[in-house]
Structure formats: structure tokens, C-alpha cells
Design a protein around this ligand. Structure first.
Ligand SMILES: [Zn+2]
Length: 413
């Protein structure tokens, strides 16, 4: 039994902070959350004094690419180093991500099921994973890996990352089934280009038609998989929402679609904005990427504010990977800069994020009965949310009751 004693609790439900909180952890789960001082604790209890610190639920990133290590073609295609080196590089990212307080991550493409298995077997440390393997799109969409010179990706077909190009209505179901067979927990698809996609396939350029997207969503749901859809703006964004995807990823031009925001709120479609990645793209060496990232910036922030006002649940996602693996909590600060309060932004990275991933019965909030995924922060994130990016301030991380990082002795008080 572990007892975190005397901290300020932000429980991830959206409720305000509670000072003098004690969280009792037995085995994997939270046994009690209380503000009563003292009380009888069994003699074997490990009491951890966290006074002056903040207790949070384990943080959750709903859009990461843990196995991606750069945007240039050689790295994107994994031809710049041996596959084994690349796999170990990915393992390091998984370990580091957990150690800074991210106890659950949804991978939006690139990570195969073997990494999840390695974590489950205890071979490597890492967050709880929800994985998509690859990105379903038609020819010309972002899941169709072709170089600027027109060559197809040189990699041999990796059965763990199946071909995800669905090019007709009849193609859609087998592609979804093949990805599920390879171990996907969620289906990732794309109905528009993005900031970094090839010239000619930008944020408002569509991919897929409504019939195809309806077939995709129906098949995924029939297999009990949610659909996360990369969609920035225009017709492709409309089609994704109409087809009933479970979350809109990026959603930079949602501000132009007020009736669709109402539809999202009504249906419980999540919005996963990704501000951190566009800060990177705004400094891209490629002019078309820079211009797209600059143009969408204000729309993206306005989309967040309008979606929130319409009652759409927001979930935090960094889209890390291509732009390296900075502190995932950078996105929480971006959400605050774009208009959420720190408390709302924290909810987007905890309680709402868990709902977006379908894990809310077990994680996302600090409540009796939940898995003890907990982060103790030396500081007050409501006062300065950037403290979450300072690893020295992430004093203690528990995943399922187990201590996976402990910097308590060094943490500033
Ligand atoms: Zn992404």
C-alpha cells in the first residue's frame, strides 16, 4: 500500500483543486481519496509526503507518433538506420514519455503492436498504449507513401504495418479488417491533407467520399474500434463528421463549420487539436508547409474556442514524432495560450483524454476504484502550466500503483 499524503489534488474531472489531499493506493488501484488528516493506516503502508506538491491523474496524449523520428524522407521511411536501431530508439521514447508523467498515449500511426506487447510483458517501460498502426486514405492521401519524385515507399511490406491505401468503396472494409488483424485498437484515417503533406494536397483538399467514410466508420465500429480522423478543413472535414468518426484530429478550420460543431457536441465527437506540431511547421524549411501552418494558426485557436463553447469535449494531442519528441506537456501550455484555462487544459489531458480513448473506466481521473496512474508535480500547474514540461518538477510517477519515476528527493519544494 502507498499513501500520497498532503498534496493539492487536481482530480481530472474538471473540479477545482483540493488542498491537503491524501490518496491511498492498494496494489494497482486507488482505494481512497480523502482530505481527512491522520486516520488509521496499516503499518506496512508506505507513506509519501507530497505536501506543497500537486497530485494529478497520469497525463494522456491522444495523438502521438512514438515510432517516428523526423520529417525528412529517409527518416520517415526508416532507411537511415538499421531497423533494430530504430526499434530501440522508439523504445527509448516510450520509456522517456512515461517517465515525464504520460501514463497513456494513443499512437496515430507508425507504432506496431509489438511495442505494446513488449510493454505488457514488462520487457520495456512505457505508457498504456492505444494504437492505430497506420493511416487509412485513398491514393494521393496522407496514408499513400509516395516520395516527391513519385516513387513508392521502398520498404518491403511489413505485415505489422499493413498497406492502408483504400482506393474504392469495396477496398475500405478489407483494409480496416487487415489493420485490426495486425493489432490496431483504433482506426486512423485521413480525409484531408495537412500542413506537411505534398504540395497540391493541403489542409482543405479532400480525400475519400462520404460513402467510403461511412463504410469505414461502420466497419470499424462493427469491430468495436473507434475512428480517429485526420481532418483539417473543407469538404473532407465535413465528410468525416457526417460519417460519424469518433474524434477529429487537428480540426484547424472547424471555426468555419458552426453547424458541424453542434453536431459534434450532440454526438459526443471529440476534438483533438494539435497546436505543438504547427509551431514546428511554422519554422519549416519548405515554403508550402510554412505558409499552411501560418494560415491555419488563428483558425485553429478560434476552432478550439468555438468547439469548447459549443460543448465539444477537447482532448490534448501533440502530433509528436515527425517534429521530434519534446515534452508532451507542451501541448497543455498551447491549449492555455489558445484560450482554455489551465484547469480546462489539464482536463483535456486527463479526464476528457481518457474518455476520448475509451479508457475512462480505468484512468483519467483520481477517484476511488480507478487504476493508480498518478503524477506528483513539484509546483502548481494552475499557476504556471509550463511547470509540467520541466522534468525536474515531475517528482513522482505511478502507473498502475507501481513507481515508474521518482525524483522526490531532488524536487524543489
Ligand atoms: Zn499525426
Amino acid at each position: 500500500m502507498k499513501v500520497l499524503k498532503g498534496g493539492t489534488l487536481i482530480d481530472g474531472t474538471g473540479a477545482g483543486p483540493v488542498s491537503g489531499a491524501t490518496v491511498v493506493v492498494r496494489d494497482q488501484r486507488i482505494e481512497a481519496v480523502t482530505t481527512r488528516a491522520g486516520g488509521d493506516l496499516p503499518s506496512e503502508a508506505e507513506v509519501i509526503d507530497v505536501s506543497g506538491m500537486t497530485i494529478l491523474p497520469g497525463l494522456i496524449d491522444c495523438h502521438d507518433h512514438l515510432a517516428m523520428h523526423g520529417y525528412d524522407l529517409a527518416r520517415r521511411w526508416g532507411i537511415d538506420e538499421p531497423q533494430s536501431t530504430r526499434a530501440l530508439r522508439t523504445a527509448k521514447v516510450l520509456q522517456d514519455t512515461l517517465a515525464v508523467g504520460y501514463t497513456a498515449v494513443r499512437d496515430a500511426g507508425g507504432l506496431d503492436a509489438g511495442f505494446k506487447r513488449a510493454i505488457d510483458e514488462g520487457l520495456i517501460a512505457g505508457p498504456r498504449l492505444v494504437i492505430s498502426l497506420c493511416i487509412v486514405s485513398p491514393i494521393g492521401g496522407i496514408g499513400d507513401r509516395v516520395s516527391p519524385s513519385g516513387f513508392s515507399c521502398c520498404l518491403p511490406n511489413d505485415p505489422l504495418l499493413p498497406d492502408s491505401v483504400a482506393n474504392s468503396l469495396a477496398d475500405v472494409r478489407p483494409v480496416v479488417r487487415r489493420i485490426v488483424r495486425a493489432g490496431a485498437d483504433v482506426i486512423k484515417c485521413a480525409t484531408t491533407g495537412g500542413a506537411s503533406s505534398r504540395p497540391g494536397h493541403g489542409p482543405r483538399d479532400g480525400a475519400f467520399n462520404l460513402d467510403e467514410m461511412q463504410a469505414l466508420t461502420k466497419e470499424a465500429h462493427a469491430l468495436d474500434r473507434r475512428v480517429m480522423c485526420h481532418a483539417l478543413g473543407g469538404r473532407g472535414l465535413q465528410i468525416a463528421i457526417e460519417a460519424g468518426v469518433d474524434s477529429i484530429e487537428h480540426g484547424c478550420y472547424l471555426d468555419e463549420e458552426p453547424e458541424l460543431l453542434d453536431m459534434m457536441a450532440e454526438r459526443g465527437t471529440f476534438f483533438v487539436p494539435t497546436f505543438a506540431v504547427y509551431e514546428y511547421h511554422r519554422k519549416s524549411a519548405l515554403a508550402h508547409v510554412r505558409e499552411r501552418a501560418q494560415h491555419l494558426q488563428e483558425h485553429h485557436a478560434e476552432s478550439l474556442r468555438r468547439a469548447f463553447a459549443a460543448g465539444v469535449k477537447i482532448a490534448a494531442g501533440t502530433d509528436a514524432g515527425g517534429h521530434g519528441h519534446p515534452s508532451n506537456a507542451m501541448e497543455i501550455e498551447c491549449l492555455v495560450k489558445a484560450g482554455l484555462t489551465p484547469l480546462q487544459a489539464l482536463r483535456a489531458a486527463t479526464g476528457w483524454a481518457a474518455e476520448c480513448l475509451g479508457l475512462e473506466r480505468d484512468v483519467g481521473t483520481v477517484e476511488k476504484g480507478k487504476l493508480a496512474d498518478l503524477v506528483v508535480v513539484a509546483g502548481d500547474p494552475l499557476n504556471d502550466v509550463a511547470v509540467l514540461q520541466d522534468h525536474a518538477h515531475i517528482a513522482l510517477v505511478l502507473k498502475g500503483g507501481e513507481t515508474v519515476a521518482n525524483r522526490l528527493a531532488m524536487a524543489p519544494r
